[in-house]
Design a binder for this molecule. Structure first.
Ligand code: 2P0
Length: 320
């Protein structure tokens, strides 16, 4: 019987932004994320008697161009684990683009877990995280639930995620404010490459991540949402400072992104607990408590071109 692997997406509170090895996807720094419960990918893989893989995404058969990245990934997995089987892969994303989250984290984590199952590789969680990382860096963190740290490492075998607290008892919610606008896309892969190569601040970023990772781990231990939020917001802004200071400069911010940043700062002055984090796109993710997120939702719903989705803390890889 074909089993399905489910992986949830994650949001980085300390961002991964830059690789020291493009091919192996080894990052310059550690990163730290929160796995979310609302958005996930379900993937199953079946061995087929063929010399080619067949990939279905959201029930659509992908053509050669569309399946290139996944087939390359499967080829490198076959080589690494020394098998020659090909697969029919069926992957369904419950990460609506309208929710403003990337699906590569949950997508490659679910694919890695599915291949592990089908081929009975019996990988432990660290090996699974390494396998997911080879697909997409942020996927390494989606193996676990709750707060997760990806240890940068310096070779293929020591760059993987570890759980910090998989079931934190903390009143923390994430609201995604989605800006309904087609922005010009700069992929994270290319955005981080430009930042590493041309931002004069990149060496400082590496130092900052090291200290902020330690600080946020303390704050997580103390369940101090304000501290977690302050560090996450500062870290996100510092990441975006790398894009602004690149040559040529670029930004993922749209006018509405900045409008929401200002709104959250104002609401904070009114005593509402809320902090922002932003990834490689214009959407804003807001961290708060259940109560503050409810309040913020009503303010955001007054803005045109913005929709909101709320998520809670999610699980690690599941099979069914
Ligand atoms: C993160 N992002 O830590 C950062 C913050 C976006 C902004 O990881 O090149 O799709 O496939 O390793 O994992 C998105 O980058 O990049 C990402 P690759 P990935 O979540």
């Amino acid at each position: 019987m074909t089993k399905t692997a489910r992986a949830f997406t994650n949001i980085a509170l300390i961002k991964y932004w830059g690789k020291k090895d493009q091919k192996l996807k080894l990052p310059y720094t550690n990163s730290l994320s929160l796995t979310l419960d609302r958005f996930y990918t379900d993937t199953s893989s079946e061995i087929i008697d063929s010399s080619k893989d067949i990939i279905y995404l959201n029930d659509m058969l992908l053509n050669e161009e569309q399946s290139k990245r996944i087939i390359k990934y499967l080829d490198s997995t076959r080589k690494k684990y020394n098998f020659s089987e090909h697969f029919k892969i069926n992957s369904v994303n419950h990460v609506p683009t309208s929710a403003g989250f990337a699906s590569s984290a949950s997508g490659f984590a679910a694919l890695a877990a599915s291949i592990d199952q089908t081929m009975a590789l019996n990988l432990d969680k660290s090996q699974l995280s390494i396998l997911a990382r080879r697909g997409s860096g942020s996927a390494s963190r989606s193996i676990y639930g709750g707060f997760v740290e990806w240890i940068a490492g310096d070779n293929n075998n020591n760059s993987f995620a570890v759980p910090i607290d998989e079931n934190p008892d903390i009143d923390l919610e994430i609201l995604s404010a989605v800006i309904n606008k087609k922005a010009k896309k700069i992929s994270s892969t290319s955005g981080m490459e430009k930042s590493v190569e041309t931002s004069p601040f990149y060496p400082n970023w590496v130092k900052l991540v090291s200290s902020e990772t330690n600080e946020i781990k303390q704050a997580i231990k103390q369940k101090d949402i304000q501290k977690i939020g302050e560090i996450a917001e500062h870290n996100a802004m510092s990441m975006h400072a790398l894009t602004l200071s690149a040559k040529p400069s670029f930004t993922y911010f749209e006018p509405e992104t900045v409008e929401i940043i200002h709104l959250i700062q104002e609401l904070r002055q009114k005593g509402i607990l809320a902090y922002v984090t932003i990834d490689a796109g214009p959407n804003v993710k807001i961290l708060g408590t259940h109560k503050s997120i409810e309040q913020i939702k009503s303010y955001l719903n007054n803005l045109s071109d913005v929709t909101t989705v709320v998520a809670n803390i999610g699980h690690g890889i599941q099979y069914f």
